[in-house]
Design a binder for this molecule. Structure first.
Ligand SMILES: Cc1cc2nc3c(=O)[nH]c(=O)nc-3n(C[C@H](O)[C@H](O)[C@H](O)COP(=O)(O)OP(=O)(O)OC[C@H]3O[C@@H](n4cnc5c(N)ncnc54)[C@H](O)[C@@H]3O)c2cc1C
Length: 491
């Protein structure tokens, strides 16, 4: 009898844990395939530290082939799910397409930047949901400070050194806290004319920072941000974004070249096409993480609306904590449904608290409900991240140690360009590249965060080459284009 085939789509917190759990429980009695656009799991909570130059980008990644033994990785993005035909269609990294059959499917595709219909935002803001955006922001901010230092015009200098972050959830709060420290360090090395100081503004329509967390964490974060010089403006958002700056909802115009969009996330658009009931864009599942009408399909993490058994009537929030634990339950329940593991169990999870790293030794944390601030919170937060990282712990700890004793490197490599990280994308984990599946639509001169424009598309049609990632088993795919047909990446 042939072995059952389990397909997991997405290798974030939920998908990675589901794959690891399944590999352990099934041990060669099932084929486990993981479909993901990158060959790594991304530890998102440390992304602000990548943007601030504390951690090198690879530190927050964990190799999928290197850590998931017994799991076959297929590189690609799912485009469509055929529940009746039990197949998932996908596009590979070089544009080739294929399809994967399954006996059990786990959808764990996470979320993408949330957009709001505010004029100019889609064109002039950048999100903070993937590694390319973090690398872009680090370079962009460094470049603004370097350009400002050479400006003769004080107004232009001030605009370049004014950075606006929208959204004071944990992402926006950490980005503002870390990057204010980063720019202060850059300016110490390269003073700005006329005593201009880097100005960071954190906006949110909510009445307090970290509105979704315990008020005590908000107070700590607010205090640290203000003491560091971040302008915390609650009850305020952006009315319009332009090349020259942003118009705030209170009518003030802020001249700036930087708008970082951290207003939240929405479920990955793939789940909309599944044709099953949704709750605010998330696939509704039962407490066993199964689709109510399809016992062969499971969903977990940000993309799934999982009933919160601790708070009946609500769904679990979109956090790494939930996604990670749901991944384990999904893996166990899939194995159970194949008769290969324990009996299936419902997802139930008690809140372990939250930790927000504010840079330096400062943090706001409430492990097991105990509110902490200052260095104690800093130690708990970093200890938590080290424990939660599924790999690379020594490298991360080494980077933290080096950052504590050495000056931070403030150089821009310019490898990720403005046009390659648009705010409106279903793939924030991938920078758009010339010849890639998602071809950029250049808008010359329309991007204040970086003046560069996209290269022109190739005029020659791509012709079939040989597949770089042949996939055995139930995979069918067309040949991807020959890499030689792609133009060189821009400098
Ligand atoms: C900057 C930042 C900081 C955060 N900090 C915290 C924190 O401190 N604590 C906390 O609890 N939460 C935090 N979060 C939220 C947390 O990261 C998410 O809730 C968590 O990542 C959700 O896990 P997931 O597995 O559902 O999705 P993800 O981790 O986003 O993984 C989804 C995976 O699916 C892949 N994928 C997407 N579409 C497709 C497709 N069509 N086909 C194939 N694969 C696809 C993606 O590439 C990715 O690998 C943070 C988020 C961000 C952005």
């Amino acid at each position: 009898m042939s072995r059952p085939h389990v397909l997991i789509v997405g290798a974030g917190f939920a998908g990675y844990r589901a794959a690891r759990t399944l590999a352990r429980l099934t041990r060669n009695r099932a084929d486990v395939t993981l479909l993901n656009p990158t060959d790594y799991f991304l530890y998102l909570p440390l992304l602000p530290q990548v943007a601030a130059g504390i951690l090198e980008a690879r530190r927050v990644t964990v190799s999928l082939p290197g850590t998931l033994h017994g799991v076959r990785l297929v590189l690609g993005e799912a485009d469509a799910v055929d529940l009746d035909g039990r197949t998932v269609r996908y596009t590979g990294p070089e544009g080739g397409t294929g399809s994967l059959a399954y006996d059990r499917l786990v959808l764990a595709v996470g979320s993408v930047n949330k957009l709001l219909p505010i004029p100019g935002v889609a064109e002039h803001a950048h999100g903070f949901r993937g590694l390319p955006e973090a690398l872009y922001l680090r370079d962009h901010v460094t470049r603004q400070v370097e350009l400002a230092a050479a400006e003769d015009d004080p107004a232009a200098c001030a605009a370049r050194c004014t950075f606006v972050v929208v959204g004071a959830g944990y992402t926006g709060t950490e980005v503002a806290a870390h990057l204010k420290m980063f720019t202060d360090r850059l300016v110490r090395r390269q003073p700005l004319p006329a005593g201009v100081r880097p100005r960071w503004i954190l906006l949110d329509v909510a009445p307090r920072v970290l509105p979704e967390l315990d008020e005590r964490l908000s107070r700590t974060a607010d205090r640290v941000l203000r003491s560091r010089g971040v302008e915390v403006r609650m009850g305020t958002s952006v009315k319009e974004a332009t090349r020259e700056g942003v118009v705030l909802t209170d009518g003030e115009f802020v001249a700036s070249r930087t708008l970082v969009w951290c207003v939240g996330v929405r479920p990955d658009p793939l789940v909309q096409g599944v044709g099953q009931p949704l709750e605010r864009g998330r696939l509704i599942v039962d407490p066993y993480l199964q689709l109510p009408s399809r016992s062969d399909v499971f969903a977990c993490g940000d993309a799934a609306a999982v009933p919160d058994l601790q708070h009946p009537g609500s769904f679990t929030p979109m956090t790494a904590q939930h996604a990670w634990r749901q991944g384990k339950v999904a893996g166990e329940n899939v194995a159970g449904s194949l008769g290969l593991g324990r009996r299936r169990r419902p997802y139930r999870h008690r809140d372990l608290g939250f930790a927000v790293d504010l840079g330096g030794v400062r943090a706001a944390a409430n492990p097991f409900g105990v509110p902490l601030s200052g260095p104690a919170a800093g130690a708990v937060t970093r200890g938590y991240h080290l424990a939660a990282l599924p790999g690379n712990r020594i490298r991360v700890a080494a980077d933290w140690l080096l950052d504590a004793v050495l000056p931070r490197q403030g150089v821009q490599l310019g490898l990720v360009r403005s046009w390659s990280v648009p705010l409106d994308t279903a793939s924030p984990e991938l920078a758009r590249v010339p010849g890639g599946p998602q071809w950029p639509s250049p808008q010359p001169g329309d991007e204040p965060m970086a003046p560069e424009t996209a290269p022109t598309p190739p005029t020659r049609p791509a012709h079939p080459g040989h597949p770089d990632h042949p996939a055995p088993g139930p995979v069918k795919r067309t040949d991807p284009p020959d890499p030689a047909d792609r133009p060189n990446a821009p400098d």
